[in-house]
Design a protein around this ligand. Structure first.
Ligand SMILES: CC1=C(CCC(=O)O)c2cc3nc(cc4[nH]c(cc5[nH]c(cc1n2)c(C)c5CCC(=O)O)c(CCC(=O)O)c4C)C(CCC(=O)O)=C3C
Ligand SMILES: [Fe+2]
Length: 346
């Protein structure tokens, strides 16, 4: 087994103050053809948090929890942190690792499933960071996806259980379980996975099924819907949107829902704004009781899951997976989960 001398937490990044918001959004959307109106709308979401995305505090908390959890299993190693879209940038982290004499590092990315955004783009970020760091940059080995890791599933199941408790008692056993993940262009989903067969949707459905099974037994009903769509309206993205779905459920007579954003790893802006405000408001409008499940965050089962992922690579340990889809993200073929076609720069 090769030795690893550090762990890099690789994440999306988010602004840390009002002046960071627009430059951050420009970083995220460079060359993507996201309409200006959409950017202005999203900037406004961030201003509700005084321009500070909760994602950075979430990542710091995860790092703080991971240190002792790794040490407890004899896997202590320094933990670095780098983001795609905001400081601390991954390139700066990798340069620091090189300067500190790190030779081989494992990389934990805050994306449970595969897709261009959740896998290939992170791999490209790592390659680019190594390139700009130059001579002596560490070898970087990305850990697999964890949508089907028992600890990720358990942490999300705990979140749904807690959300059910917030509903009036008579609705807890029957509340509809509605799982959400980030909408992506249909073409990006179609191209996702080693077989380019829509693995993004399949993995999210699998997490939702596994969480539902833990709460209500095998075969129990659940819905999987999408949120936080961007991009020009003429490009098809995954549907239905969570808000449309809540309206449809109300029309069908559903009285209570738990919305569980199992497509995200922590309670960041897309969860706290798009669900706790927008979706909650939609539910109120149509008279449906609404509970929102917390994400995996720093739940001990999830922290331990990350340690398991590290252990899989450091020691010869069989990967822990639930369900039918198996391990994803260890031997990604070159060209797996390709970038969408870019618009020509204006
Ligand atoms: C699959 C996926 C994940 C989950 C997996 C992963 O984590 O990767 C994710 C996470 C996140 N997305 C985030 C924020 C944004 N995503 C945007 C835009 C986009 N997301 C996309 C996909 C995903 N996004 C796509 C296809 C676009 C279109 C442009 C493009 O092709 O890139 C935009 C631009 C404006 C807009 O919303 O239109 C913003 C601001 C934040 C940070 C929240 C915070 O700050 O707290 C997080 C964790
Ligand atoms: Fe996003």
């Amino acid at each position: 087994m090769p030795e690893y001398d550090a762990l890099l937490l690789l994440s999306f990044g988010g602004p840390e103050g009002p002046d960071d918001v627009m430059p951050f959004l420009r970083n995220v959307t460079r060359g993507r053809g996201i309409p200006d109106e959409r950017l202005a709308e999203v900037a406004e979401h961030y201003q509700h948090f005084h321009g500070v995305s909760p994602i950075n505090a979430q990542n710091r908390a995860l790092i703080d929890a991971l240190g002792p959890a790794l040490a407890e299993r004899g896997l202590d190693m320094p933990i670095y942190w780098g983001n795609r879209n905001w400081k601390p940038y991954v390139a700066d982290a990798v340069r620091q690792m090189r300067d500190d004499g790190v030779h081989r590092a494992l990389v934990f990315a805050t994306s449970a499933t595969t897709s261009y955004s959740g896998c290939r783009q992170y791999r490209d970020d790592l390659d680019q960071a190594r390139r700009v760091s130059g001579e002596g940059a560490p070898v970087l080995v990305k850990l697999r996806h964890y949508f089907d890791h028992p600890g990720f599933v358990a942490a999300n199941a705990a979140g749904v259980r807690a959300a059910l408790e917030t509903l009036p008692a008579e609705h807890r056993a029957t509340a509809r379980l509605v799982f959400t993940a980030h909408s992506i262009p249909e073409s990006m989903n179609d191209a996702s996975g080693p077989e380019a067969d829509g693995l993004y949707v399949k993995q999210h459905r699998e997490t939702a099924r596994l969480v539902t099974e833990q709460l209500r037994g095998p075969g129990a009903d659940f819905d999987l819907v999408w949120q936080s769509r961007s991009g020009p309206p003429q490009v098809p993205w995954l549907e239905p949107d969570v808000n449309d779905h809540l309206r449809a459920l109300a029309a069908d007579g559903v009285q209570a829902v738990v919305v569980a954003p199992t497509g995200f790893v922590s309670d960041h802006v897309e969860v706290r704004w798009d669900l706790d405000n927008e979706a909650a408001e939609t539910a109120a409008e149509v008279g449906v009781h609404f509970g929102r499940a917390y994400t995996a965050g720093t739940h001990p089962a999830f922290v331990n899951a990350v340690v398991d992922l590290v252990e899989e690579r450091v020691r010869d340990v069989e990967p822990a997976v639930l369900g039918d889809l198996g391990v994803c993200g260890v031997d990604c073929p070159i060209g797996c989960c390709p970038a969408p076609r870019r618009r020509a720069p204006a």
